[in-house]
Design a protein around this ligand. Sequence first.
Ligand SMILES: C[S@@+](CC[C@H](N)C(=O)[O-])C[C@H]1O[C@@H](n2cnc3c(N)ncnc32)[C@H](O)[C@@H]1O
Length: 294
Amino acid sequence: MPTTINPLRYPGAKRQLVPYISRLLESNNLLGSTFYEPYAGSAVVGLELLQKGLINKLILVEKDVLIYSFWKCVFSCAEELCNRIEETSIDIKTWITLKPLRDVKNPHDSNLLDLGFAGLFFNRTNFSGILKANPIGGINQDSSYKIDCRFNKPLLIALIKKLAQLKDRVEIHWDDAINFMNKIKSNFLKEKSFVYFDPPYYSKGEKLYRHFYSSVDHESLANFVRHSKHYDWLISYDDAPYICGLYSGIGAKYCPFYLDYSVSKKQRSTGKELLISNLPLPPVNIYKKLIINN
Ligand SMILES: C[S@@+](CC[C@H](N)C(=O)[O-])C[C@H]1O[C@@H](n2cnc3c(N)ncnc32)[C@H](O)[C@@H]1O
């Protein structure tokens, strides 16, 4: 059985937290909630909870045009996306042809399928899944690792088709996380909801994502959360004194955890991160850790 359950190999993906978040929902009577992931990325947490039947609906928000478009294709035109995967050569010529799509600023300015395929393509052919990075093996392809070494077409097609079956229970929005959350405030009063914020890392965000946060943005998120009274929430962050300072004083609970992340396989390392929530947080290490290698 492959351990891969998500088509994206996403920097900072939080699959290791799925067992913990499942238990958190269970112990706070939040099973069956509408689950919000306003910084979607690979959306691995929400999608896995949905597949396990632990949440009722998943609302995703992502600011990156290519990642948003990829998920939009999965949940609105999966068949066409899979055909495109089948038909396209995974080589440096395609990488160069698709490169201008990295500059598209608005998903409505271009063809959704082109953008969605480009999102998957760059995620799976670039170093460490970083959309703004260079291709695996370099532009000259003179390394023993080639551009297609992480692009298993049959596996990706199977994963996408499986996820597409969830389309009636997933919404994906191209938006700024806080802007979106401000717009939909009244929904929280109508349904049982839980929000999982996984913002760009404080210290490495700029290297990993095309959209990252300055100190002012991290402060805006903390201020937004401070005034979030109508739902329960969890935030994951890298463990920086600056971030702890932002959340102290709002009655939040903290819990450290260790994430095995593989920016590259050779440099696999463990990073100390933080969970912050309005809910009581049990220690993370009581749950089995998953090592992801996709
Ligand atoms: C730490 S990653 C999320 C990883 C995700 N939880 C996972 O498991 O794959 C942060 C994500 O937020 C996105 N992002 C950055 N700024 C954003 C913003 N202002 N609004 C919404 N998404 C944003 C980035 O593009 C990136 O995909």
